[in-house]
Design a protein around this ligand. Structure first.
Ligand SMILES: [Zn+2]
Length: 259
């Protein structure tokens, strides 16, 4: 656990945590760990930062009635306005049994624009004993209206390499490079758009393209084309936040490779 994460848990233990925090950093797992750590600290029956009491155990198993995990569900790859309305309603109720209601939004950059707007008032004036924990790779991916209502905390950690997906991306690009086979690009777009966290997958595509530019992945594709496609992945990640069609965006980015 990073120094920042440790300080965060100590702040929570003293009861001095801000009611809305935006934890960010490159490691999705480190962010999840710290959010669960905060939930335990705020609800542990023994006042620890996490032990084997029944509250901590149920938080770990995700069955504690006052600790809510809000994640991407369904085809749209977004946290929907309906999901946000549910937590806004739940946030107005008293805790069932814990001392604190916790809402962990993972990843917060997947909240739809409509969802973000529904969340603003609750983030600004939350009910007592309510803590919102938003997790994201980068605060830049969130709307400024959300960011400005949260205390931002860098959690640190190393990015997890999704080796299998990176290998599939490299294989798809190599196939296109060898045969100029545009079906390889369509297959790649489909693979990336089907990932649970599409924006992470698009970011990984951008990283593999940059590896190719740097010569770490040998492709016979012009450097300018690779750079244009890498730039297009950055733009695509922004568009994903406004609910655009993921597959189309990735296809457009990859189309930059075709002269
Ligand atoms: Zn406990």
């Amino acid at each position: 656990m990073s120094e920042a994460a440790r300080l965060l848990l100590e702040t929570a233990q003293r009861g001095e945590l801000h009611h809305a925090i935006l934890c960010y950093g490159p490691s999705a797992q480190a962010l999840r760990d710290v959010s669960v750590g905060i939930a335990k600290t705020l609800n542990c029956l023994n006042g620890t930062q996490g032990d084997d009491c029944t509250a901590c155990q149920r938080i770990e198993r995700r069955i504690h009635p006052d600790v809510h995990f809000i994640e991407v569900a369904g085809e749209r790859k977004m946290i929907s306005v309906e999901q946000i309305r549910e937590i806004v309603a739940a946030a107005s109720l008293r805790p069932f049994e814990g001392r604190n209601k916790i809402f962990i939004i993972d990843p917060a950059h997947a909240i739809s624009v409509g969802g973000s707007n529904s969340l603003l008032k609750t983030l600004e004036e939350p009910a007592r004993d309510t803590t919102f924990i938003l997790l994201t790779r980068s605060p830049d991916l969130l709307l400024p209206t959300i960011r400005s209502r949260c205390q931002m905390i860098f959690v640190g950690g190393e990015p997890e390499e999704n080796d299998a997906l990176a290998a599939s991306i490299a294989a798809g690009l190599t196939r296109f490079s060898d045969n100029r086979d545009s079906a390889a690009l369509l297959g790649l777009a489909s693979l990336i758009a089907s990932q649970d966290d599409v924006s992470d997958a698009v970011a990984l595509l951008g990283k593999v393209l940059c590896d190719a530019v740097a010569g770490r992945l040998p492709l016979s594709i012009e450097r300018e084309r690779l750079l244009a496609a890498a730039d297009a992945t950055t733009a695509a990640i922004r568009w994903l936040n406004v609910n655009a069609d993921a597959r189309m965006l990735v296809e457009q980015a990859l189309a930059e490779l075709v002269v």
